[in-house]
Write a protein that binds this ligand. Structure first.
Ligand code: HEC
Ligand code: HEC
Ligand code: HEC
Ligand code: HEC
Ligand code: HEC
Ligand code: HEC
Ligand code: HEC
Ligand code: HEC
Ligand code: HEC
Length: 319
């Protein structure tokens, strides 16, 4: 009887382990395009010279790519070197029965990300990328980045509606154009916001979108309060405190931090304010009746001049 239970126990345990093992194996099974690299051996890689015989132009032109010095590093393992590091083992491509190649124009955004992130794990992990709004909207690495240099007439970068009258900076980081060109091509509403009277100096070429936005989030894809405040504080430390007397929304204890009172891109009001009247303060201080306000606004009247916080006065009347 006892022996029976024991055997039954062992049987169940091994069944359980078996099921788990199977599940793990199924999860680990890499999907295309990573599957090609997974099943390759050293012999599957033919080297760039092999590509030259059929794609002479492409191989010659790739030398001009900013990516070429990285890809052509002879110290890289064979599976990460040259054309095949991105396009997969040449042997599979020239296989007459079942030709397979990693084509970035035919894959979906997820597959492109998986292929690029084989090597770019330092910039971000696939799981980090997948959480971004961009990944979720099927924006691909190649929507913003251009690996092979294009002919002057074929891939003109999108028109820049923002920094048009300034000297165009040369694209960095293999981007398809300057940052405002690339981002502005899809985010037209944001471009309009930067044209308002008060704006961050992006149109003047003194700032770029990625000064505030983590296009490649290392950990947290979503902009939470701290992330916004942290970003603003990195350039406006004097406004962020700490102060002896903190103002709750500036400190981030209430609401969304700085953007509770400021628009980040542009505003029709001075100082990027969401409102330039008592309304800016009355949205929270509802107990302060209109006769509490002597001037046009609570700060321009000369009263609460230290709206961000004060080291001397709990009511922010002095800095
Ligand atoms: C024997 C000739 C030959 C060799 C060698 C060769 N290719 Fe190709 N490749 C082709 C042909 C033909 C096509 C077009 C196939 C098509 O359009 O379906 C092609 C297409 C491609 C494509 C685009 C696939 C697509 O779906 O649009 C890529 C990328 C590519 N090759 C990369 C490479 C790389 C990298 C190498 C070197 C490892 C290489 N090729 C070696 C003949 C070759
Ligand atoms: C860092 C990754 C990377 C490397 C290295 C690379 N490519 Fe590409 N290749 C791409 C991407 C991405 C595209 C899609 C279009 C673009 O961005 O230019 C592409 C497009 C192509 C195409 C056009 C077919 C298509 O998919 O439309 C061919 C052919 C090609 N590559 C061949 C090569 C050859 C040959 C080499 C080596 C000299 C090479 N590539 C090196 C990433 C790479
Ligand atoms: C086989 C490995 C490998 C693959 C695959 C790869 N890269 Fe790279 N890439 C590198 C290395 C190595 C560097 C230089 C060091 C670094 O920045 O990590 C680099 C640098 C870059 C840079 C910075 C260039 C600069 O000017 O500083 C960009 C952008 C980039 N890669 C984009 C991509 C994109 C997009 C893809 C997918 C189409 C891709 N890479 C696929 C290895 C790779
Ligand atoms: C929405 C546009 C956009 C998309 C999509 C995008 N990137 Fe970038 N990438 C940028 C910008 C802008 C920069 C330069 C500023 C920065 O480093 O944040 C950059 C820089 C890089 C760099 C250089 C990083 C460094 O530290 O120097 C690498 C590598 C890179 N991107 C890889 C990728 C890969 C891989 C993907 C897809 C998983 C991708 N990018 C998707 C816009 C984009
Ligand atoms: C190919 C088009 C495309 C490009 C290029 C592009 N984006 Fe986006 N972006 C999108 C889409 C689609 C979304 C998803 C939400 C939406 O529809 O606005 C998005 C979302 C965002 C969001 C989050 C929006 C939210 O509601 O929270 C930010 C921030 C953003 N993009 C910034 C940038 C920056 C900075 C660049 C340039 C480095 C850029 N984008 C380039 C298409 C693009
Ligand atoms: C000074 C910092 C800063 C700069 C520079 C900046 N952004 Fe933003 N952006 C923000 C903040 C903060 C938010 C979140 C606003 C909120 O939550 O109310 C945001 C929101 C967004 C959104 C979401 C939609 C919206 O308007 O709320 C998009 C899209 C976007 N930004 C694109 C861009 C693009 C494209 C550029 C460059 C042309 C850019 N941003 C430059 C700080 C900035
Ligand atoms: C990369 C640095 C940087 C970051 C990050 C940054 N700013 Fe600025 N900010 C500037 C610069 C530069 C100016 C223009 C100052 C000038 O013209 O002398 C400015 C101006 C301002 C102004 C005054 C505008 C005017 O019309 O006088 C406000 C308000 C402001 N920023 C708020 C913010 C907020 C809120 C954030 C976070 C969402 C933020 N800033 C993030 C650099 C930055
Ligand atoms: C409770 C509303 C409120 C919040 C929250 C707030 N601000 Fe302000 N901010 C103001 C007002 C009002 C002014 C205009 C003050 C003036 O003109 O004297 C201002 C002005 C500014 C200026 C321009 C200063 C100058 O001298 O031109 C900057 C920069 C600024 N704020 C940054 C920030 C940053 C960074 C945060 C978040 C840490 C923040 N603000 C949060 C209300 C706020
Ligand atoms: C997002 C909400 C919010 C906004 C907008 C806001 N405040 Fe406040 N404020 C608070 C909170 C919360 C406190 C601390 C609790 C309290 O006393 O109401 C506070 C405290 C104060 C105090 C300290 C005195 C007191 O009552 O404890 C003053 C003064 C003040 N705010 C002035 C302003 C002015 C001036 C503006 C407009 C520039 C403003 N506030 C905008 C939320 C806000």
């Amino acid at each position: 009887m006892r022996l029976g239970t024991l055997f039954l126990g062992v049987g169940l345990a091994s069944l359980f382990v078996g099921a788990l093992g199977g599940e793990k194996a199924a999860q680990k099974e890499p999907q295309f395009p990573l599957s090609l690299f997974a099943k390759a051996t050293e012999e599957s890689y033919l080297g760039d010279d092999a590509c030259s015989s059929c794609h002479e132009d492409v191989v010659a032109k790739f030398k001009l790519s900013a990516h070429a010095p990285h890809s052509n590093n002879p110290k890289l393992p064979v599976g990460k070197r040259g054309c095949e590091g991105c396009h997969g083992p040449g042997q599979f491509h020239v296989d007459e029965n079942n030709p397979q190649v990693v084509s970035y124009t035919k894959m979906d955004a997820k597959q492109v990300a998986a292929a690029c992130l084989r090597c770019h794990g330092d910039t971000m992990k696939l799981s980090h990328w997948n959480r971004t709004d961009h990944a979720q909207a099927s924006v691909a690495c190649t929507s913003c980045h251009q690996i092979h240099p294009k002919e002057a007439d074929e891939g003109k970068p999108p028109a820049d509606a923002l920094v048009a009258f300034h000297a165009q900076p040369t694209p960095k980081k293999l981007l398809k154009g300057s940052e405002t060109q690339v981002c502005g091509a899809c985010h037209k509403k944001t471009v309009t916001q930067f044209k308002q009277n008060s704006h961050h100096p992006v149109p003047e070429g003194r700032m770029v979108c990625s000064d505030c936005h983590d296009v490649h989030p290392a950990k947290n894809a979503r902009k939470d309060v701290d992330a916004v405040k942290g970003k603003c504080a990195s350039c406006h430390a004097d406004k962020a405190g700490p102060f002896v007397y903190e103002h709750d929304p500036v400190a981030g204890w209430t609401g969304d931090g700085c953007v509770e009172c400021h628009k980040p891109h542009g505003s029709q009001n001075p100082k990027l304010l969401t409102s330039f009247s008592r309304g800016a303060c009355a949205q929270c201080h509802t107990d302060k009746l209109s006769r509490h306000y002597p001037g046009r606004s609570c700060w321009s009247s000369g009263c609460h001049v230290a709206v961000h916080g004060s080291n001397t006065d709990p009511r922010f009347l002095r800095r």
